[in-house]
Design a protein around this ligand. Structure first.
Ligand code: C2E
Ligand code: MG
Ligand code: MG
Ligand code: MG
Length: 292
């Protein structure tokens, strides 16, 4: 086959680090075709905490591939491959179906958690996606108001008019929209003002140095102020320390997501974590009885 030929051409017999790298990539591409039917994909969920209430109010669904030989493969490695191979639509529909099922299942057990779902650029601009999502929402029974689609800034900037039209169609279904990785792309304030979104997710890049770099702090402060003016919710990503958390709270950020609150985890682990946060601990009881 052409693919086998291509493989031969790309793989001289010399066993260098380079050819091993190419070899591994081609193997992964071949395996990706099978991985969907072999059910090697699964979703993990990372908690998002509201800084006002101290409760976990939502989570983000993140895709994982458990490769039979190579172990866990990170999404930044295989998602571009899915795009190249034209498999992203199939995979994306699977992610939507699975995340909506999980959202409905939490709702059924009395846990109305908001679930964020990442859309790849190609998915978002697919004119049929909106109809499919409509059906998937009905089939799953997930409340649309608990579903938040995450789209990236760079993608929306390429064709803002078209993007705004798509956003309107999605929001007509009752789902929420978040602008993901905000700040690292080519932001245009003018478009940000016009985007019909609900949430801005500030990228981890600005959070990492927030306690050290004046510039990063200024950016987060400005984005938060703008978000408040536009009545958007602000979620900061990648919070790893209590100091970062305190800074973000002081700046008026609404919610945080990061290893400090929890790593991406199984649905069961997340349910337990939500209950742990909910149950008043010894600390809370003390502060409730002893006023300063
Ligand atoms: P993202 O949407 O910005 O997701 C946040 C990423 O930051 C996740 O990486 C998460 O594990 C990581 N993260 C969260 N908190 C921390 C922290 O405190 N410290 C550090 N160092 N990292 C943190 P992950 O799971 O590897 O996903 C990477 C990217 O892959 C995502 O970035 C998203 O763009 C993409 N992705 C993941 N799942 C899907 C999916 O189902 N569909 C699509 N289209 N893209 C996905
Ligand atoms: Mg995301
Ligand atoms: Mg992000
Ligand atoms: Mg990111």
């Amino acid at each position: 086959t052409a693919r086998a030929q291509k493989r031969q051409l790309a793989l001289p017999s010399r066993d260098t680090a380079y050819t091993r790298g190419v070899n591994q990539t081609l193997d992964l591409e071949r395996d990706l075709h099978l991985a969907i039917e072999r059910e090697e994909f699964f979703l993990v969920y990372q908690p998002q905490m509201n800084l006002g209430s101290g409760q976990i109010v939502g989570c983000e669904a993140l895709l994982r591939w458990q490769h039979p030989e190579q172990g866990l493969i990170p999404p930044l490695k295989f998602i571009p491959m899915l795009e190249d191979l034209g498999l992203i639509d199939r995979m994306g529909d699977w992610v939507l179906r699975e995340a909506l099922r999980q959202c409905a299942s939490w709702q059924d057990t009395g846990l109305p958690l908001r679930v964020g779902i990442n859309l790849s650029p190609r998915q978002f601009l697919d004119p049929e996606l909106c109809n499919r999502l409509d059906h998937l929402l009905r089939d799953s029974g997930a409340p649309p108001g608990l579903v938040e689609l995450e789209i990236t800034e760079s993608l929306t900037m390429q064709n803002p008019r078209e993007a705004i039209e798509m956003m309107r169609r999605f929001r007509a279904l009752g789902v929420k929209l978040a602008l993901d990785d905000f700040g690292i792309g080519y932001s245009s304030l003018e478009y940000l003002l016009r985007f019909p979104i609900d949430t801005i997710k500030i990228d981890r890049a600005f959070v990492t140095n927030i306690t050290r770099a004046l510039e990063d702090r200024a950016i987060v402060r400005a984005v938060t102020a703008l978000g408040q003016t536009l009545k958007h919710k602000i979620i900061a990503e990648g919070i790893e320390t209590q100091r970062q958390c305190d800074f973000l709270e002081a700046l008026g950020v609404d919610e945080i997501q990061g290893y400090l609150i929890g790593r991406p985890m199984s649905p069961d682990a997340l349910s337990s974590l939500v209950e742990d946060f909910h149950r008043p601990g010894v600390e809370d009881e003390t502060s409730a009885t002893v006023s300063p």
